[in-house]
Design a protein around this ligand. Sequence first.
Ligand SMILES: NC(=O)c1ccc[n+]([C@@H]2O[C@H](COP(=O)([O-])OP(=O)(O)OC[C@H]3O[C@@H](n4cnc5c(N)ncnc54)[C@H](OP(=O)(O)O)[C@@H]3O)[C@@H](O)[C@H]2O)c1
Length: 276
Amino acid sequence: MTSSNVRTIGFIGAGNMPQSILGGMVKGGYPTTAIMASNPSRPKLDMLEEKYGIYTSQDNHEIAGKADVIVLSVKPQLMRDVCADLAAHVPDLDEKLIITIAAGLRFERYYEYLGNNITLVRVMPNTPSLVGEGVSGLVADDKATQADRDFVTQVFNYVGLTLWLDNEDAIDVLGAVAGSGPAYFFEFMHGLQRAAEDLGFDAEQARAMVQQTAFGAARMAMESDLSLVDLRKQVTSKGGSTAKGIEVYQNAQLSDISKRAVGAAVTRNQEMAKLF
Ligand SMILES: NC(=O)c1ccc[n+]([C@@H]2O[C@H](COP(=O)([O-])OP(=O)(O)OC[C@H]3O[C@@H](n4cnc5c(N)ncnc54)[C@H](OP(=O)(O)O)[C@@H]3O)[C@@H](O)[C@H]2O)c1
């Protein structure tokens, strides 16, 4: 990291997701003197000061005023009030880069709350960011420069994979695949665990077996140049036991079920975007 890609970054809201992101930044070597956070109640701030040595305040205006980059990280339903308050008290918002990680809210809402001259990047991280293995979808508005994009990429690379998207509709799709995806995988893994338990395994062993298998399969997929179909074929000998198991999934049209699940989640994301 060169000093040119260090900017003072201030998180407005210090809940789970910003804690993961700033924790990843510190772990990755981002200077702690360039990270700040605000939150209405003190305990999270005290913990962040103690754990990471960053500057914190209960005053959003102070953090937003001091930061070059503001990360709006409050719940979507609070965004209107928090933004209106910043717009009224922070004079140079248009000079700063604003990142929002709130689910659902579209660009037009932020222009309404903060004015049309802000520079905005929307980021949709997912929960595995908590363990540094997230997927973040990113969309920038026309005012964001390449340097702004590079900065945001750097920040979210600290907690996993970053994917730049062309438009906000793609964020809804990313949310339905990567945002909801951990739940789909947990559901599937739970089914496998239950199957092993029904055949005599205790819960602890069954879970350990399933989660290590999922981890191993994910690593193989990541490290191989083969397509997922070819990887699947590699562990499916003709006439063997895996072929019999796969036949059951294919007869139940697992791919089609996944399409329907993602479609349902995209529709819900679009509906929720209209709520705020
Ligand atoms: N968690 C995820 O997996 C995930 C994934 C994608 C996107 N996101 C987005 O990330 C954002 C934050 O989510 P989260 O999971 O971190 O939520 P969270 O853990 O519930 O934290 C929300 C934080 O906002 C603080 N807050 C409340 N009012 C505030 C105000 N007026 N000014 C500043 N801070 C205020 C709360 O403080 P108190 O505790 O003192 O009330 C709390 O610490 C949301 O918009 C969410 O959509 C989260």
